[in-house]
Each structure stands twice: as structure tokens, then as C-alpha cells.
Design a binder for this molecule. Structure first.
Ligand SMILES: Nc1nc2c(c(=O)[nH]1)N[C@H]1C(S)=C(S)[C@@H](COP(=O)(O)OP(=O)(O)OC[C@H]3O[C@@H](n4cnc5c(=O)[nH]c(N)nc54)[C@H](O)[C@@H]3O)O[C@H]1N2
Ligand SMILES: Nc1nc2c(c(=O)[nH]1)N[C@H]1C(S)=C(S)[C@@H](COP(=O)(O)OP(=O)(O)OC[C@H]3O[C@@H](n4cnc5c(=O)[nH]c(N)nc54)[C@H](O)[C@@H]3O)O[C@H]1N2
Ligand code: SF4
Ligand SMILES: [Mo]
Length: 715
């Protein structure tokens, strides 16, 4: 038996763990009480991840599709055949024809994600799809507009907030996003314990709202009106720190103009938050000695996620809460940021803009299906299951079947991989060395500033390989140069060659060299030092007062309160308001994350899909169920955009009337490679989610997955 300390890479909390192994198998995973940031906290998914790492469905060799079925092939065959096809596509159609999707799990590992970017650059390719436009690209687009860079982001100073308004967030289940917060509910509940206040603005009475604070029900996808009403009231009460605004911000008058028409009484008609309730929240916000409004995927995935982000951060800024103790703090990364791309790229599909150097998932099918120059013909999917996680699954299925070359790098054969020509076995998180997620190392979104390093805990099973190495080998085989640099490719080749020499081998794994360079450039020391600190290292705490006038990245150095394109869009809200009134009786579908689910992959772990958990449901308020003649347990048909799915009904008083929910990540029945998930029931909600250029938020490219109008009926 051996024990090793590591940290979890499933969600942003990145909890410290102690893993006990016996002959390369996980026997037990426990929370690490000594870890500097998580201090003994971990959730069920982290503690049970051994089951996923050791799944009997793990791929041990590369697979190639031959006459419609997958057969094991050698690495050298897979690499050389893919290389040849890629070389050919590149020669005929250029880099525009090559794209990649990089999914959520591997985003927590810096090395393979960097290599993916360098791999694409090696073919002058730039179409990188990620889940970002399914969860947070509005924040990147907002950061760019307000603070001068997509990676300039702020987070609530949670351990000092005296008031927190959390909009569209449910930490008990998800553990939060854009903030690394192990044991989030203890930290949020701490606000009340020190006499402060917490509000949860949410169409559902969530697990979090049941734990502490007050629930403020809101009609889905009307948060932009809530923010406008809040801003209107804040200005009407002169809750503005004019001196700070004058010194550090620009565009205040235009911002105030945008809020003028939206009185609390008026916005109440669509948000259903009574005017008095909103006024009471503004009073509490102004009275608090340090307050923050924070929002997450519940609004990001609506039609106005970018507008909500803008207004929320404008409120935090003009009220004097930005860059102050107990308000919101601007992240300060540890590593130098990768240089921002100076080209403002747009897609050939309707001129859709890229955000943070990625292209929206909502136009992936169009990029593959629409003929003409730039049509995507080769696709590399690393650690993603876009067939189930991106909007418009049916069109995506059609698109994936059209690809000339489709390669998946995964640890199992998931639903998307069924469409692949090759599936290449990568590593599970426990099998790789790592430093923290780039939201923390680059963006500094950490209330407790800390740094950890982990060596791999498990050896790779069978012939599976580090994804960084796979991509480097593919790049070489196709005649590309990593990062477009011959020098880099030469370095990569040499490291690979040296890796085969017994003595050098253990010293020249490029990932370790890279991570060592990163820890050194973070001025933390080398890996040797990090190994002596398996519980992580605490860094100098966040300092309020070091951002405004000093680190704001806009050309003038001032926070931009009135980005022109957002001011312009604010004018179109009059029509949206009228439309909302006209749709007041329609049912709106929202997302819901589940304790034992994690997007798609957790459903292939037996303990997570036991009993009642073997399917997703239509969650619906009993009153709505009665109106639609639905009863507990019966199958319901849920329709939108001319498509439908069928799921069992679960009556749920926690849902606001007029709101229903169907959790995503389900619908595994055709997953031949996933023996546990295949036996689950449930349906893929993304079949009914809209895709295409008209269905995404025009500036940030966010897919519309929340507040989608649906119809329900019994089957
Ligand atoms: N309707 C709707 N859709 C949604 C959402 C929603 O709320 N509603 N949420 C969205 C969000 S927030 C996200 S982040 C996306 C997630 O979307 P995706 O990233 O596409 O899906 P996941 O299920 O997270 O993971 C995909 C695959 O990663 C593989 N994997 C796990 N670890 C590794 C590894 O270390 N290496 C490799 N190579 N593979 C690995 C798993 O086996 C799995 O097959 O879904 C989005 N989709
Ligand atoms: N157990 C579990 N944990 C997860 C994940 C998982 O799948 N399962 N996924 C991980 C990933 S990839 C991410 S990105 C994070 C996301 O983490 P969060 O962004 O914190 O997401 P949720 O906790 O789902 O909170 C979203 C909340 O928004 C509410 N909501 C829905 N529509 C609206 C609306 O129109 N307005 C308002 N105000 N609220 C609305 C929902 O009721 C829900 O409570 O979670 C991560 N953690
Ligand atoms: S909260 Fe997130 S990081 Fe912590 S153990 Fe659970 S899944 Fe892992
Ligand atoms: Mo996500």
C-alpha cells in the first residue's frame, strides 16, 4: 500500500486529496486535512474518481474504425495514418479545414491544453471549440470590454463580504465557477455568521438557498431586467462613489442613461421580483460594509449573459465595491499570460466573432456542414463529448458523419467517439503531473491564494499516453511544426527521442520540464521544491486597492462602464421586454446540475447512477404539472425547436411555477463503449436546444441553454 497527496481536477475547487493505492489501483481516496486551500474538504465525485480511472471501459490501445466497427491498432499505425490524412487535408484545404474541440475535464491540466493550441498553430489552424461558449464566454467577452482583457476577471471577496447576491449559482451542488472555493457553503454561510446577508436570485429554491440566506425567485432569463432595475434604484438613491468613478472609470453617464427607463416597478412585470423586494436588496447592498453581486451559469447560458455580466460589474464598480475589502477583487495571476491574439477573428459562418481565441460551439455543425472555402474537414476532439454537451445534437451527429477525418482523444469510447475514425487513449487526471487550473494560475480567481503541484498517482493503463505527446507525434507525422516553430518541433522530437534512452528517459518528460518552467516563472521554485510541499503553498493574500489605477488593462487604464456595443444592445431591450410580457404563460426550461452527475462522464460510474439516479427527469412544479395533465413518474414529452425528448416527470415544489428543468449530459443508450452509462435511461436535452448563428449570443457566442421556451405533454 502506498499513499500519495494530490489534488482533484474535476471542478474548480481543486481539493487536496490523499490517495491510497495497492499495486497501481486506487484503494481509497480521502480529503487532505492539511491542504492549504481545501483543508479537509472533498466531495463524493473526487472521493470516488478511482472508479472512473479504473473503469473496465478504459481504452488501452488506439482504435480504428474499419467497416463500421472499431479495431485495435498499434500506435505507429494510428499516428502515421492520421498524420498522412491530416497532411493531405492541410495541403488541399489549408488550416481553415482543421478544427478541434477541447472538453471540460482536460481544461484542468495546463500541459495538454497548451499543446493543443500549439498543435493547431502548427497547421495555421485556429478553429478551437471549447465548452466555454456553453458555460462562461460571456464573462470573457465582458472582461475584454470592461477591464481590457478576457482574462481580467473579478471574484467576490468571499471571506470578507458583508453581502452577497448570488445570481444563477448553486454552490452546494456545483461548488461554483470563476472562483476556487473548496467547501463553498461554509464560506458563504460565514457571511451570515458575521452578521451579513446572502440573497440567491434563482428560479429554483436550490439546495444552497435552503442552507442559508434568502431566496429571491426570478422568472428565467430576465436577469438583465433585474440588473437594470437594481442599477436604476442604486443611482436614484445616489449610491454611487462619484469620486472613485471620476478617477478610475469612464462612461458613467451613458451607463446611467441605459438604466433610466427601468424602474423597479417596471422590471418587476417581467422578473416577478416585487419592486419592494428589489428596493430592500438595494438597501442591504448599500448598507453593507463590502458587498458583491456574483453570477454564474444560470445567467451565462441565457440570452443576455453578457449584458448581465456588464451591469453586475458596473454596479460593483460604481458603488465602490470593486477592488475593496469585502467587495469584489480583481484576480492576479501567478504566471505570465499567453500573448493575446491581436487579430479579431470572425467565423465564415455569419461573421460570428471568436471570444478568447475560441470559436462558439453553437456554430460547430455549421462550420462542418456549410460547403465552401474554409469548410471543416478534420476534427480533433480531446476530452470532450460535444454530441451530448453542445446545443443541436441531431445536427452535430449529421456533421460528425460528414467529416473526412475525425479523431477522438479520450479515456473511454463515448457517444461522440462513435463517429470517430480513430480513438486514441489518453490519461486520467490521476495519471498526470499537474499544477492548478489556468483560472487560478493565469487569472488568479482564488480567495485563498495558493499553489500546488502533483506528480502522477497512477501509471497509465495499457498503452495509453499523455495527450500532449500524442498531439506532438501527430504534428510531426503530418509535417507540421508545433506552435508554427521549427525550433519547438525539434525540441519536442529530441525530448521524445531522449525519453527512449533509459537514464535520460525519466528526466526528459517534456511535461515535467514544462511544469517546472511554469512553477519557476511563478517565482515559486522548481518542482523539487513543490514536491517538498505536497499540501500546497500559501501565497501572499489578495490585496484590495491594487487594481484600480494600477492594473486595469484598457488603453486608458480606466474601467469602461459603457462599452458601445452593449449600450447599443440595451436599446433593443424594449422589444425584449414586450416579448417577455407576451410570453408570460410559456414554460421556460432551465439547467440543473446534480450532485452525482458531472456533465456526461459520471454516468459511467456505477455508484453515481444507482436507483433513482439512473435517469434524468422533467422537474416541474405540481401546479404546472396539473395544468399540463402530468403526474409523478409518467413519461413526459418535452418539445422545442421542432424536436422533442421524453423523460419521466418529477414533481418539485422547488421549481418556480412557469419553470421546468431537464438536467443535461444524459441519453447514453447508444454508447456501446460505456457499459454502465448505456444501461441508464434518460434523454439528451441538447437535442431540443437551439444551435446555429441565430441561436447564440451575438457578441460572446454563448449558446442559449437556459430559459428556452418549451412545451410539455404526456406521451
Ligand atoms: N443543455 C446543457 N448543456 C450543457 C450544459 C448545461 O448546463 N446545459 N453545461 C455545459 C458545461 S458547463 C460544460 S463544461 C460542458 C461539458 O462538456 P464536455 O467537456 O464536452 O463533456 P464532459 O462530459 O465534461 O467530458 C467529456 C469527456 O472527457 C473525457 N475525459 C475525462 N478526463 C479525461 C482526461 O483526462 N483526458 C481525456 N483525453 N479525456 C478525459 C471523458 O471520458 C468524457 O468522455 O457541457 C455543457 N453542456
Ligand atoms: N455536481 C456537479 N458539479 C458541477 C458540474 C456538474 O455537472 N455536476 N459541472 C461543473 C461545471 S462544468 C460548471 S461550468 C459549474 C457551473 O457551476 P454554477 O455556474 O455554479 O452552476 P449551477 O450550480 O448549476 O447553478 C446554476 C443555477 O442557475 C439557476 N438558474 C437557471 N436559470 C436561471 C436564470 O435564468 N436566472 C437565474 N438567476 N438563475 C437561473 C439554476 O436553478 C441553478 O441553480 O459546475 C461544475 N460543478
Ligand atoms: S469539490 Fe470538485 S475538486 Fe473538490 S473533490 Fe469534489 S469534484 Fe473534486
Ligand atoms: Mo462547465
Amino acid at each position: 500500500m502506498e499513499t500519495q497527496k494530490t489534488f482533484c481536477r474535476i471542478c474548480e475547487a481543486q481539493c487536496g486529496l490523499i490517495v491510497t493505492t495497492d499495486r497501481d489501483r486506487v484503494v481509497k481516496i480521502e480529503p487532505n486535512p492539511e491542504h492549504v486551500s481545501s483543508r479537509g474538504y472533498a466531495c463524493i465525485k473526487g472521493l470516488k474518481m478511482g472508479a472512473f480511472a479504473h473503469s473496465p471501459d478504459r481504452l488501452h490501445t488506439p482504435l480504428k474504425k474499419v467497416n463500421g466497427s472499431f479495431q485495435p491498432v498499434s500506435w505507429s499505425q494510428a499516428i502515421s495514418e492520421i498524420g498522412e490524412r491530416l497532411r493531405d487535408i492541410h495541403a488541399k484545404h489549408g488550416g481553415e479545414a482543421i478544427a478541434a474541440y477541447m472538453g471540460n475535464p482536460i481544461a484542468f491540466s495546463l500541459w495538454p491544453t497548451m499543446i493543443m493550441t500549439a498543435f493547431l498553430k502548427g497547421f495555421d489552424a485556429h478553429k478551437l471549440f471549447t465548452p466555454g461558449t456553453q458555460d462562461c464566454a460571456n464573462k470573457f467577452a465582458g472582461g475584454e470590454r470592461l477591464f481590457g482583457s478576457p482574462v481580467d476577471q473579478v471574484f467576490p471577496d468571499i471571506d470578507h463580504n458583508q453581502l452577497l447576491i448570488a445570481v444563477g449559482s448553486n454552490p452546494v451542488i456545483s461548488k461554483m465557477s470563476f472562483i476556487s472555493l473548496p467547501h463553498p457553503m461554509d464560506r458563504v454561510a460565514g457571511i451570515e455568521e458575521r452578521g451579513g446577508k446572502v440573497y440567491w436570485v434563482n428560479p429554483r429554491l436550490t439546495e444552497s438557498a435552503k442552507r442559508c440566506g434568502e431566496h429571491v425567485p426570478i422568472r428565467p432569463d430576465t436577469d438583465v431586467f433585474f440588473m437594470l432595475g437594481f442599477l436604476h434604484e442604486l443611482i436614484a438613491r445616489d449610491g454611487v462613489d462619484h469620486d472613485r468613478v471620476r478617477r478610475y472609470m469612464e462612461g458613467y453617464d451613458l451607463l446611467a442613461d441605459a438604466a433610466r427607463p427601468w424602474t423597479p416597478e417596471r422590471v418587476a412585470r417581467v422578473t416577478r421580483i416585487p419592486a419592494e423586494r428589489l428596493r430592500e436588496m438595494v438597501t442591504a447592498y448599500l448598507a453593507a460594509d463590502g458587498a458583491a453581486i456574483y453570477s454564474s451559469t444560470g445567467v451565462n447560458q441565457g440570452r443576455f449573459g453578457l449584458m448581465v455580466y456588464w451591469l453586475q460589474e458596473a454596479i460593483n464598480a460604481i458603488s465602490g465595491n470593486l477592488d475593496r475589502r469585502g467587495g469584489v477583487l480583481a484576480g492576479k495571476g501567478l504566471l505570465p499570460r499567453p500573448p493575446a491574439s491581436d487579430e479579431a477573428r470572425t467565423s465564415r459562418i455569419a461573421g460570428v466573432p471568436y471570444v478568447n481565441s475560441t470559436i462558439p460551439g453553437g456554430i460547430m455543425a455549421d462550420e462542418i456542414l456549410a460547403p465552401g472555402p474554409g469548410q471543416v474537414r478534420a476534427m480533433f476532439n480531446m476530452s470532450g463529448n460535444p454530441l451530448l454537451t453542445c446545443a443541436g445534437s441531431d445536427r452535430l451527429a449529421e456533421a460528425f458523419s460528414e467529416l473526412e477525418l475525425f479523431v477522438c482523444l479520450d479515456i473511454v469510447r463515448n457517444e461522440t467517439a462513435e463517429y470517430a475514425d480513430y480513438i486514441l487513449p489518453g490519461l486520467h487526471g490521476l495519471e498526470r503531473a499537474d499544477i492548478p487550473f489556468y483560472f487560478f494560475t493565469m487569472m488568479g480567481l482564488m480567495p485563498t491564494r495558493s499553489f500546488s503541484y502533483t506528480d502522477p498517482v497512477l501509471p497509465p493503463p495499457g498503452e495509453s499516453r499523455d495527450e500532449g505527446l500524442i498531439l506532438r507525434q501527430l504534428c510531426r507525422a503530418a509535417g507540421g511544426s508545433l506552435g508554427g516553430s521549427r525550433m519547438l518541433q525539434w525540441l519536442s522530437n529530441s525530448a521524445e527521442w531522449l525519453g527512449k534512452v533509459p537514464y535520460f528517459g525519466s528526466r526528459t518528460t517534456l511535461d515535467r520540464v514544462f511544469l517546472g518552467l511554469m512553477t519557476r516563472s511563478a517565482k515559486i521554485g522548481g518542482i523539487g521544491k513543490m514536491r517538498r510541499h505536497p499540501d500546497g503553498i500559501l501565497l501572499q493574500p489578495n490585496q484590495p486597492g491594487d487594481y484600480l489605477g494600477q492594473r486595469v488593462n484598457t488603453p486608458s487604464g480606466k474601467v469602461q462602464l459603457a462599452p458601445p456595443d452593449l449600450i447599443e444592445r440595451a436599446r433593443s431591450l424594449e422589444q425584449v421586454f414586450e416579448d417577455e410580457l407576451a410570453q408570460r404563460d410559456a414554460l421556460k426550461l432551465i439547467q440543473k446540475r446534480e450532485r452525482f452527475s458531472h456533465n456526461t462522464w459520471a454516468h459511467n460510474v456505477e455508484v453515481f447512477v444507482k436507483g433513482e439516479r439512473k435517469t434524468n427527469y422533467l422537474y416541474i412544479h405540481p401546479q404546472d404539472a396539473q395544468t399540463h395533465n402530468l403526474t409523478q413518474g409518467e413519461m413526459a414529452r418535452v418539445s422545442a425547436n421542432g424536436k422533442h425528448i421524453e423523460v419521466p416527470v418529477k414533481l418539485d415544489e422547488a421549481m418556480m411555477p412557469g419553470t421546468v428543468s431537464v438536467p443535461h449530459g444524459w441519453g447514453h443508450q447508444r454508447a456501446d463503449g460505456l457499459h454502465v452509462a448505456r444501461a441508464t435511461l434518460g434523454a439528451n436535452v441538447n437535442i431540443i436546444m437551439p444551435d446555429g448563428p441565430d441561436a447564440i449570443e451575438p457578441v460572446s457566442g454563448m449558446s442559449h441553454m437556459n430559459g428556452v421556451i418549451v412545451e410539455v405533454s404526456s406521451v
